[in-house]
Write a protein that binds this ligand. Structure first.
Ligand SMILES: C[S@@+](CC[C@H](N)C(=O)[O-])C[C@H]1O[C@@H](n2cnc3c(N)ncnc32)[C@H](O)[C@@H]1O
Length: 308
């Protein structure tokens, strides 16, 4: 897990009460932790970290309405919503599913960046890039075309684990990611000809028509609720014959849900329909788990689609 975000209230005593409350929370004394957080909030009503932690505790105590109120206050106190209070409100069913706040994704991955590779590869047994590489090779083999690409775009590139798997097959990669911390790591990898701190749809939208022959999104669509905008932009940016390859997490129902791990899961039928609606042709669709969660493989999909 990434380190926990803390935004100081600017009031030393309120900050100290927060620290004590966190100790109590970690020791399992939730009512006492909630009392201290209330005291901190009385001293500093715009203390977003205290509101957010109070929301977590109220939720754990089964006090749903109080949790909803605390998460709403956390978002009011920090409109950029770096704690992801909106995501917790979606999880509680208090608000409909919508895009994750950019500030939340940024702060989550900025904090995660220093230990991301180790956590993904060792703790979560991350296998998204190798699954995607095999899928792209299979798709190209079936089409009797070489699996070599001139211009690739890596969406949600992170530190570069996805691009590394394709390094021998893509002449030049541009990486796009919301998190400056992840982009810094990607820069150090020397895998990219260009790197951009941007939302993936915004980054793609800035590229000319037919300017890439490969688009990759390894373990990045799990942070995107609605796949339509990104797939439509990918279709526009791809040259005819080009491919997009991505993983996502999935669930047995319909549509898109927010999973327990606070990542979106896309139903198989939803992915197929979204790919077709973007005028892309499915060339590989496989049920495969890209990573573990608590030592259990997470259900996932490996998808390759082409532009005719
Ligand atoms: C789990 S990491 C995967 C990184 C990399 N693709 C890999 O395979 O290791 C997800 C990445 O997607 C980025 N991300 C999430 N939502 C994004 C969005 N809407 N636009 C751009 N990047 C996004 C995050 O900042 C993070 O670096």
């Amino acid at each position: 897990m990434p380190a926990r975000l803390f935004l100081s209230s600017g009031d030393l005593i309120a900050d100290r009460r927060y620290d004590f409350a966190r100790d109590l929370q970690l020791r399992g004394d939730l009512p006492a932790a909630a009392d201290l957080l209330q005291q901190a909030i009385e001293l500093a009503p715009d203390f977003a970290s205290a509101w957010f932690t109070l929301g977590e505790i109220r939720r754990e105590l089964g006090e749903r309405d109080a949790a909803v109120e605390a998460f709403r206050e956390a978002r009011r106190a920090d409109p950029g919503d770096r704690h992801g209070a909106s995501v917790r409100l979606m999880q509680l069913g208090a608000e409909p599913l919508s895009a994750m706040p950019a500030g939340y994704v940024q702060s989550l991955f900025d904090q995660y960046a220093p230990r991301f590779d180790n956590a993904l590869l060792n703790d979560l047994r991350y296998r998204g890039p190798s699954l995607l590489f095999k899928a792209v090779l299979a798709a190209r083999n079936a089409a009797r075309k070489p699996a070599f690409f001139k211009r690739g775009i890596d969406l949600g590139c992170g530190t570069g684990l996805g691009a590394a798997a394709f390094a021998g097959n893509v002449d030049s990669f541009i990486g796009i990611d919301l998190s400056p911390g992840m982009i810094e790591k990607a820069r150090a990898s020397n895998l990219y000809a260009g790197l951009e701190v941007a939302d993936m749809v915004v980054g793609l939208a800035s590229k000319p028509d037919a300017s890439a022959d490969f688009v990759l999104a390894a373990d990045a669509m799990v942070y995107v609720d609605d796949l339509a905008p990104v797939l439509c932009e990918a279709h526009r940016v791809l040259s005819p014959g080009g491919l997009i390859a991505f993983t996502t997490e999935t669930h047995p129902g319909e549509g898109v849900i927010l999973g327990a791990g606070l990542r979106y899961a896309h139903a198989q039928s939803y992915v197929r329909t979204s790919v077709a609606a973007a005028r892309l042709r499915l060339v590989h669709f496989e049920e495969a788990s890209p990573r573990d969660e608590s030592n259990v493989p997470v259900p996932g999909l490996v998808v390759v689609a082409g532009k005719s």
